[in-house]
Design a protein around this ligand. Structure first.
Ligand code: NCD
Ligand code: ZN
Length: 351
């Protein structure tokens, strides 16, 4: 019997952290091997905030691509209290910006320069609505009195719902959705066509208990943090539904092992090394491999108004053992999600 294969249009990753310098060089080949395009997160140190920053970052990404690999980085603006609407609009018109990213100040890794109060960027948001530039949102409140597991649901109530009312034509993506509440909210706005959500592979595969299985597992710590099993199930159900607003965004977020395995370890799961295999694992477990293409390759481009890929890629059921470590030139390394474990599928590249 031939090895079962899964053929789908080349997918895109709508939420990626590629970092910069040696880390960029180490992790970019993984994303570029599987995905045709990716939305590149701007939370560098210092952040890529202006059109000039984003254009220079895009050049560094293109320069770091392995020879012969075709990959299109789609750049985002890191919104700050000081973002200039004219610079943003000019960057969008010049094809530099595909979207802008809202980090509530101090919500996550490298977000210290994020927006402190949405009222301060009201003019920026009005301009984005006018020109149709999507707002990508890290949807967690930063109020330390709100329990970490409730921060997304509270953000949706307190911030996102009023934001959509204030800006009735603004297009938004709730990035890395982790809760039933997020799924319900996105569905409630499905008819408007202006609200989407990315879902990561790790949030389809783990719940919050996995973070503490047999001890504390820093490599499963990310933000938003994984929630209860009922939320994981809601995310799986949304991802396999085929519904337009839900699409693939890995939020692959590499950190050196020394920064993860620390008394105050940073947030982020590095999934790029086997991103599609991980999604295939989750879809297969849900009996819905036939829905992977809509989620991975069709819904995202439609939301962003971009053409779907004409290229096809293959996954085989021969399996993959996830890399142990990706080494960095300074002697440190990045540990992939499910490092050393066997996954059922294997990404084979273009047909
Ligand atoms: C991201 C990072 O490391 O940049 N970390 C994470 O846990 N996802 C930031 C983010 O997307 O929140
Ligand atoms: Zn992210």
């Amino acid at each position: 019997m031939p090895t079962p294969r899964l053929v789908l249009r080349r997918p895109d990753d709508w939420h990626v952290h590629l970092r910069d310098g040696a880390m960029l060089a180490a992790v970019l080949p993984f994303t570029a091997r599987q995905f045709g395009r990716a939305i590149i997160m701007p939370n560098l140190k210092p952040p890529a905030a202006t059109a000039a920053d984003a254009a220079a970052y895009r050049d560094r990404i293109l320069a770091a691509l392995p020879a012969g690999v075709e990959f299109t980085p789609l750049m985002t603006a890191y919104l700050t209290d000081a973002t200039d609407p004219d610079d943003l609009a000019a960057g969008a018109a010049a094809g530099i910006f595909t979207a802008a990213k809202l980090y509530p100040a101090n919500a996550t890794t490298n977000s210290a320069h994020g927006v402190t109060d949405l009222n301060r960027i009201a003019r920026v948001l009005e301009r984005m609505a006018e020109i149709g530039l999507p707002l990508l949102i890290h949807g967690e409140v930063t109020d330390g009195n709100v329990d970490i597991f409730d921060r997304e649901a509270v953000f949706i109530d307190r911030t996102l719902a009023p934001l959509l009312e204030r800006h009735p034509t603004l297009r938004v993506v709730l990035e890395h959705a982790t809760t039933q509440e997020a799924v319900d909210f996105v569905r409630a706005h499905a008819d408007s066509g202006r609200v989407g959500a990315t879902i990561t592979a790790h949030h389809l595969l783990i719940n919050r208990s996995h973070i503490f299985q047999g001890g504390i597992r820093p490599h499963l710590y990310c933000l938003p943090i994984a929630k209860r099993e009922k939320h994981r199930r809601a995310l799986v159900e949304a991802a396999i539904s085929g519904e337009g607003p839900f699409f693939l965004g890995t939020d692959t977020a590499p950190h050196p092992v020394t920064a993860k395995e620390s008394a105050c370890g940073c947030a982020g799961c590095f999934t790029a090394a086997t991103a599609l295999e991980l999604y295939a694992e989750a879809f297969e477990e849900a009996g819905a491999l036939d829905k992977l293409e809509a989620f991975a390759s069709l819904n995202g481009p439609r939301f962003y108004g971009l053409p779907v890929s004409e290229e096809q890629v293959v996954l085989e059921r021969s399996g993959t053992v996830v890399l142990d470590l990706v080494t960095l030139p300074d002697g440190d390394a990045v540990l992939p999600f499910r490092s050393g474990e066997k996954l059922s599928w294997r990404f084979m590249g273009a047909v």
